[in-house]
Design a protein. Structure first.
Length: 291
């Protein structure tokens, strides 16, 4: 096999299939692999990412490189996370020229296990991009925010119901721990809905692309780690009241009541009606009281 391969026409399912067949690869359902074959959508997503020759980008799940190609053509320095060894081998060859220029870097393995090391070993990039596999999308986004990592801009495509949760407001049935985390760290803006026909193979669910822009006035709290754990605990049993969930979290009912009173939160409310501001105040009061 030549050291450099020409990448396929990313708008052609037939060409994509041919590349897989020639190399003896199959799509791995467990990795949630679907390629975005709509060229206009790909360009709009990268437009939203707002990159140029000085940008540094992480891309999760490049597959055969449809979005990778778009990012590299705009001059960015790109690191990709790919779990599938077959795809990793192919895109290394597709983008050998960029690799030779030091613009393309491959991190093999499960991104949930590799991203922290990559973040600690190198300077964080200013952009994050991914057509995220449905089975890890929400987990990865939450994991990054919970570890106090924020990129200047992220463009992610996820299962539509995950995207709805990311931008849900207090009082709505979709408001969740993920809503709180995303909106604590970022301004969240839906970009476009992508039906199954935009992908090959065609997924059974609709997708939505979302733009996350780092908040200038990031709402600080005294103990971010406590805030993350506390808000997750408050949403852990959605049918239970704030008092019940907080009592379980603190292992102390009296303290839970006292802290809620201090912030002025009704004990009988449920977490899904609390604003991020109220949750941050509650976290600060608990942090002060537990010292």
């Amino acid at each position: 096999m030549e050291s450099k391969l020409k990448h396929p026409d990313y708008n052609s399912p037939a060409e994509l299939k041919e590349v897989l067949d020639i190399n003896g690869f199959s799509m791995q359902k467990k990795f949630g692999q679907n390629f975005l074959i709509n060229e206009d959508a790909r360009k709009k997503l990268i437009d939203a990412l707002d990159i140029n020759e000085t940008s540094t980008v992480w891309e999760v799940g490049p597959g055969l490189g449809a979005m990778t190609n778009e990012i590299l053509e705009r001059g960015a320095d790109l690191s990709v996370f790919e779990i599938d060894r077959g795809f990793a081998s192919l895109i290394t060859q597709f983008f050998q020229d960029y690799s030779d220029k030091g613009k393309f870097h491959l991190i093999e393995g499960d991104v949930l296990k590799t991203w922290k090391k990559e973040a600690s070993d190198k300077k964080l990039p200013d952009r994050f991009f991914g057509n995220l596999p449905y089975n890890i999308g929400a987990t990865l986004i939450a994991d990054i925010i919970e570890n106090n990592v924020r990129f200047d801009k992220c463009v992610v495509t996820v299962q539509k119901e995950v995207a709805v949760r990311m931008s849900a407001k207090p009082g709505s049935e979709d408001y969740s721990s993920l809503s709180v985390l995303c909106q604590w760290a970022y301004d969240v803006k839906p970009l476009m809905d992508l039906g199954g026909g935009n992908f090959w193979p065609r997924p059974n669910v609709d997708s939505r692309s979302v733009l996350l822009t780092k908040k200038d006035n990031f709402p600080e709290c005294k103990n971010p780690q406590l805030f993350v754990k506390m808000q997750r605990a408050l949403f852990s049993s959605r049918r239970k009241t704030v008092r019940n969930n907080l009592s379980n979290f603190l292992k102390n009912n009296d303290k839970a009541l006292a802290y809620l009173d201090k912030v002025g939160i009704d004990h009988m409310k449920r977490a899904e009606v609390l604003t991020i501001s109220e949750l941050l105040k509650l976290s600060d009061v608990i942090d002060e009281g537990e010292k």
